[in-house]
Design a protein around this ligand. Structure first.
Ligand SMILES: Nc1ncnc2c1ncn2[C@@H]1O[C@H](COP(=O)(O)OP(=O)(O)OP(=O)(O)O)[C@@H](O)[C@H]1O
Length: 286
């Protein structure tokens, strides 16, 4: 089976903090993989490295997306932008441009495919708009098409972000704590949509979660991180409370008891960069 994501010997150090330490893993096309770990275990860093939003240390690590190196030896590939189009990025804080319509936000997904001129003039073709409409119906937000993104609930905004990834024709969705800011009902809906996209369209999923219950309910395979390393990679069913306590000691509580440690909604520089790019692209097309 095709390898969607191949990570070999990847590390990332911030000053004296070893955020990711020599990770190697492989995710096959069509797999759904949850990434769990206590706060600070390296999940976000790993996902940014995997998506080419961040480069690893210059000591031999490599990330391949569908066979193409997006980064190696601490350097981003010259083709990183093109390769990254195969990855749909979903963040905890949705990353929509608030003052733009839901439609415009979803159409951003097609910007990588159309010419710069058409993008600049906002000349989306009928097919682009149709794809945006279809994606919005798939996630159930078509009735909000002309509303500003900021007028939507958190769950609806996250679904708009998923629709944008669909318009982008993402083959793998890398979602960094996509449900951490949502109420349980909205969280369940988002997880069901991601799961359905995996089943019906074969979209590969790599999703980080704070709550192991969701990992067990929606994923076949779970990768658990601790202090920058992979400490478990196997079936979700194995993650019993006793096993989690063995892996994490007292920190297991934040994974076992949902809602105990809501992640702080701080935007980091990489995410701000992505938002800025979307905003600049949207400003050009509107
Ligand atoms: N930009 C940065 N500068 C310095 N240190 C960082 C930076 N980003 C992450 N770190 C550190 O790297 C380690 C891993 O952080 P990371 O955000 O990847 O963990 P996480 O598992 O995603 O945590 P959380 O669940 O709280 O989001 C932590 O010790 C963190 O403080």
């Amino acid at each position: 089976m095709t390898e969607a994501l191949a990570i070999r010997g990847l590390s990332k150090t911030y000053g004296t903090v070893r955020a990711v330490s020599g990770i190697s893993l492989s995710i096959k096309a069509g797999e759904r993989v949850a990434l769990i770990g206590a706060s600070g275990s390296g999940k976000s860093t790993m996902m940014r490295l995997a998506s080419g939003l961040l480069v690893g240390d210059a000591d031999g690590g490599e990330v391949r997306v569908f066979g193409e190196a997006i980064q190696s030896n601490g350097k981003l590939s010259g083709d990183a932008r093109r390769i990254r189009r195969r990855i749909g990025l979903i963040f905890q804080k949705f990353n929509l441009v608030n003052r733009m319509s839901v439609l415009s936000n979803v159409l951003v997904g097609s910007l990588g495919r159309i010419s710069a001129l058409r993008g600049t003039l906002g000349m989306f073709e009928h097919a682009d708009r149709e794809a945006a409409w279809l994606a919005m119906t798939q996630v159930g937000i078509e009735q909000h098409i002309y509303k500003r993104a900021e007028a939507l609930s958190g769950g609806q905004q996250q679904r708009a972000a998923i629709a944008r990834a669909l318009v982008q024709r993402a083959e793998i969705i890398v979602a960094d704590e996509p449900i951490a800011s949502l109420d349980p009902k909205s969280a369940k809906r988002v997880m069901e949509i991601l799961s359905k996209l995996n089943r019906t369209q074969g979209i590969t999923l790599l999703v980080s979660l704070h709550q192991v219950d969701y990992a067990r309910a929606y994923f076949d395979r779970v990768i658990a991180m601790r202090a920058g390393e992979v400490v478990f990679d196997g079936p979700a069913a194995k993650l019993t409370p006793a096993f989690l306590t063995e892996l994490y000691g007292a920190s297991a509580e934040e994974l076992i008891l949902p809602g105990q440690t809501e992640a702080t909604p701080v935007m980091d520089p990489a995410i701000i960069d992505v938002t800025r790019n979307h905003a600049a692209e949207l400003a050009r097309v509107n």
